[in-house]
Design a protein around this ligand. Structure first.
Ligand code: PLP
Length: 439
């Protein structure tokens, strides 16, 4: 099952090692549950996406904006700054992390379907490279902020190209009936273009779409590119000038299970280039600066969560089959994706080899909900016992970033491991942290 683990994970006598450090030592040194982050793999993925964009679109391409919502902390923002790629933030909080990391502001792109006046003001004041406007309200807010700061703000318009991406309903974002963006089909995208042109403080650079997340086929991306480029052509036809930028969003699928085939940068970028080139040729447009926004594809595969098994319980289901419940010391507070949208994961006993036969098992957390499930159904060794360590791979994206304090469980730390050395980059929450909010 090598495709679900980060590059520097290896196994010796059945025990998981990250960069040569065994799961047993990692658990002893940092406790459980903990997110372990393969730093070299992360840095390498960020660089690889960046060079694949330039490989396909040339030195004059746009940016790879890492989608910070997948996972962001100050240290990771520093790695991203060093890697040369950009950063997509969508709240004042994410922007504050970027500022704390001294992330180059011209490589920051600000997203969100309901940016507050204060958030927009701060972004304009800092001088972020791009704001992606999502509503007419925001166009007004951006214009007001730019005027107040005596600046001209570059923006993109987020469009919904009317695409049914094949992924879970909660993470498909570009069909008509969603909260995001200006619909091309309804005419509201064109209204937004006209609204922007009323404001000399705003420089419209082009259009954006993000069709969804955990997508495995390039077809939907190609269709989105085609529709956005048709819209660029409409703009050119009307105003006799070509807009210079196109942002095709993120959403590239990764391997959660061995059977998942990740969309790799060396496949994604040439495919996007082909689609963009064809659509531009059709409309006699110059190829714009193309940007993309992978989040999951960069950070997802680089972390695993290490849990300790606390209890087990055998049940007999109505069908007569047996099921082994394996309770770990975290759950929906550190991984909400399974209960939120039926996400699937695999897991292994990380601290030892087991020669025992496997049985149908369910990995559950310690929270007071039946739906507190990490893995709904997995074949695990029948001899899995309290004290065993369980490692769940590919938890880097939307794991720690969606973590909560449900049941007053402190959120786990993130430990970066590189070249045989492990260090905490986000510390574990304490009960004092939790009590600290009570006034
Ligand atoms: C969530 C999001 C992304 C990143 O999606 P991934 O599936 O993590 O690649 C990119 N752009 C926008 C606008 C998003 O909302």
């Amino acid at each position: 099952m090598s495709n679900v683990w980060s590059t520097n994970v290896s196994f010796s006598n059945g025990e998981l090692h990250l960069s040569g450090i065994s799961a047993t030592v990692l658990a002893k040194d940092f406790g459980t549950p903990t997110f372990f982050l393969d730093e070299d793999d992360f840095r390498n993925r960020a660089k690889t996406w960046g060079s694949a964009l330039n490989g396909a679109f040339g030195a004059d391409a746009g940016h790879v904006y890492y989608a910070g919502k997948a996972f962001l902390c100050v240290e990771v923002a520093r790695w991203l700054a060093e890697s040369g790629i950009g950063l997509d933030v969508c709240t004042g909080g994410e922007l504050a992390v970027a500022v704390a990391a001294k992330f180059p502001v011209e490589r920051i792109e600000v997203h969100g379907n309901n940016k507050s006046v204060a958030e927009i003001n701060e972004a304009v004041r800092l001088g972020v490279g791009t704001i992606v406007a999502d509503s007419l309200f925001e166009i007004e807010r951006i214009a007001n902020a730019a005027k107040a700061h005596g600046k001209k703000q570059r923006i993109l318009l987020r469009l919904t190209p009317g695409i049914e991406a094949h992924t879970h309903e909660s993470i498909a974002t570009a069909h008509e009936d969603v909260k995001f963006g200006f619909s091309i089909a309804s005419g509201s995208a064109w209204d937004a273009v006209l609204a922007v042109r009323e404001h000399s403080e705003i420089e419209l650079r082009g259009f954006h779409s993000h069709i969804g997340s955990q997508i495995f086929s390039m077809d939907a991306f190609d269709t989105a590119a085609d529709r956005l480029i048709a819209f660029l052509a409409r703009y050119r036809d009307e105003f006799k000038v070509e807009l210079p930028e196109l942002d095709l969003g993120g959403g590239y699928g990764i391997s959660y299970l061995e059977s998942d085939e990740a969309l790799l940068p060396e496949v994604v970028l040439p495919s996007l280039h082909k689609a963009v080139q064809a659509a531009c040729a059709k409309h006699n447009l110059k190829i714009p600066k193309v940007s993309i926004e992978p989040g999951r594809a960069i950070v997802g595969p680089t972390m695993f969560t290490l849990y300790e098994v606390g209890t087990t319980k055998k049940v007999v289901r109505e069908s007569g089959e047996a099921r082994n419940y394996i309770s770990v010391d975290g759950g929906m507070s550190d991984n909400i994706r399974t209960s939120l949208y039926g996400a699937v994961y695999t897991a292994i006993i990380a601290n030892r080899q087991s020669a025992a036969p496997t049985t149908s098992s369910r990995v559950v957390g310690k929270h007071c909900e039946t739906g507190d499930i990490v893995i709904s159904d997995i074949a695990l060794a029948v001899d899995c016992v309290p004290g065993d360590l369980l490692a769940v791979p590919a938890t880097g994206a939307y794991g720690r970033s969606m973590a909560s304090n449900y049941n007053h469980v402190p959120r786990p730390p993130v430990v970066a491991v590189s070249k045989g050395k492990a260090r905490v980059i986000v510390r574990r929450e304490t009960e004092a942290d939790l009590l600290g909010l009570d006034v």
